[in-house]
Design a protein around this ligand. Structure first.
Ligand SMILES: [Zn+2]
Length: 87
């Protein structure tokens, strides 16, 4: 998330100028990755690779156990409701 230190404000990557600067004060905005390291090139609307972000996030994500329990409970409930039509 681009952070402008003089304005003390976060900006969306698409709201930056085409050079990756702050739209209000014009200061170049330092970019940090998820580990807190400064990136060499700023993230702008042109350099943002959403497919790479989606690929890396999707590999590590798993459905939590309580979501699976909820889906299994819903299936059992719907089977019971369907069976109760004929009982
Ligand atoms: Zn600014």
């Amino acid at each position: 998330m681009p952070w402008c230190e003089p304005c003390a404000k976060y900006f969306a990557p698409t709201s930056l100028t085409t050079e990756g600067c702050c739209p209000k004060c014009g200061a170049p905005i330092a970019q940090f990755d998820v580990n807190g390291n400064i990136r060499d090139s700023p993230v702008t609307a042109r350099s943002l690779d959403l497919k790479a972000i989606a690929r890396s996030a999707g590999e590590e994500e798993k459905a939590p156990w309580h979501f699976k329990l909820l889906v299994a409970s819903l299936v059992v409930y719907l089977i019971w409701r369907f069976a109760s039509l004929f009982i």
